[in-house]
Ligand binder design. Structure first.
Ligand code: SF4
Length: 360
């Protein structure tokens, strides 16, 4: 057989029969150097779920503020309150920017994340959702990470559930998957000590799922985490998904190093990017979609990733800022036509969706 690896034959057998992989299986896959074999397995699993389809949205990134009280070591975006370079957009500015993106790019989704800005009150966040729905009622609003929800709950003395209910009533459709980073507490304390704990991040998504909000989940890889930490992270997500079935997609995020306090660590290589993509498809058997954030990888690597387990290229990511502040040079004005051609050239069928995966 052309693709055979006796050391991974038992894992291949499990994948073949739709059996769940264990923690040890995940670690063994990461320790193996047989990338083409692992990729083949992941592609098999991906084709079984989605055939030749590749999902995408036409989305606009809005980073409403970069002012943040936290100091995550992998972040090049945030500015301390009062620090030069800090900004906060008004609701009117955001509404005008979204209106322009609707008219110019026919976007079907906005992705909104920002810093933990102590000057923003609940009216600001509710106004943000209402203002977007006012100019574009059809737009899917994917906004505010679990970390931002937690920060709001603490500052406004409300429960996570109360915050999410109010936001949903104002027009919020789903939560992005950011802020998960790495769940293993020893690593989390080192790279983002100020952030919501792993347990709380998962609990906020559990509540969001119960309220009928869509949500994604992520991992930030390629810094100081071990392969065991990666597998541990994915299995904590898998356990929550068994319970709620609320995650739509998993997004492996490559660490972009430039301008961050841990820049000297460098960035993950293409080999690691493809392994992350393939192994996440194999381990996360209950999360429907593996989404590549092509802005964090670059387009070339993302097109290969579609053959290594991924079925979703995220969005056109118009106006993306967070990765670009960390040195990323991918385009910020991607059109739908270019995106579709890109997917077709990789051998797949582009399907326009929003984060609910309803076809448009
Ligand atoms: S990653 Fe988010 S929470 Fe952390 S410093 Fe950057 S903006 Fe703030």
């Amino acid at each position: 057989m052309l693709f055979h690896n006796p050391n991974l034959a038992d894992i291949a057998n499990k994948v073949e029969h739709g059996e769940r992989l264990s923690f040890d299986d995940g670690v063994r896959l990461f320790r193996s150097n047989d990338l083409s074999f692992i990729g083949r397995l992941a592609h098999q699993a991906r084709v079984r779920l989605h055939g030749k389809k590749v999902y995408y949205s036409i989305n606009f990134h809005m980073n409403h503020t970069n002012v943040c009280t936290a100091r995550c070591l992998f972040c090049a975006f945030a500015r301390r309150p009062g620090e030069s370079g800090g900004y906060t957009f008004s609701i009117d500015q955001i509404q005008a920017a979204v209106k322009k993106a609707v008219e110019g790019y026919r976007i079907n989704e906005v992705h909104i994340v920002g810093g933990l800005n102590p000057d923003l009150d609940m009216d600001y966040y509710l106004g943000l959702c209402r203002a977007i729905k006012e100019v574009a009622p059809h737009i899917f609003i994917k906004a505010l990470t679990a970390v931002e929800i937690d920060d709001m709950a603490q500052r406004f003395k409300l429960s996570w559930e109360q915050i999410l209910i109010q936001l949903k009533e104002a027009g919020l459709d789903g939560l992005p998957g950011g802020g998960a980073e790495i769940f293993r507490e020893t690593i989390r304390r080192k790279i983002c000590a100020d952030k919501t704990t792993s347990k709380d991040w998962l609990e906020i998504h559990r509540i969001a799922h119960r309220l009928g909000l869509y949500s994604n989940c992520t991992i930030l890889y390629g810094h100081i985490e071990s392969v065991e930490d990666r597998v541990d992270h994915m299995l904590r997500l898998r356990a929550l998904q068994d319970e709620t079935k609320g995650f739509s997609s998993f997004i492996p995020l490559a660490f972009n190093a430039e301008n961050t306090p841990i820049q000297k660590l460098g960035e993950p290589d293409g080999y690691t990017d493809l392994k992350m993509c393939a192994i996440s498809r194999l381990l996360l058997d209950n999360i429907p979609h593996i989404k590549l954030h092509w802005t964090s990888l670059d387009l070339k690597m993302a097109s290969v990733g579609l053959h290594f387990g991924a079925d979703d290229l995220g969005g056109t990511n118009i106006n993306e800022k967070i990765m670009h502040d960390a040195g990323n040079e991918t385009p910020v004005d991607m059109t739908e036509d270019k995106f579709r051609t890109f997917i077709e050239k990789a051998g797949f069928e582009p399907i326009l969706v929003d984060s609910s995966y309803a076809t448009v």
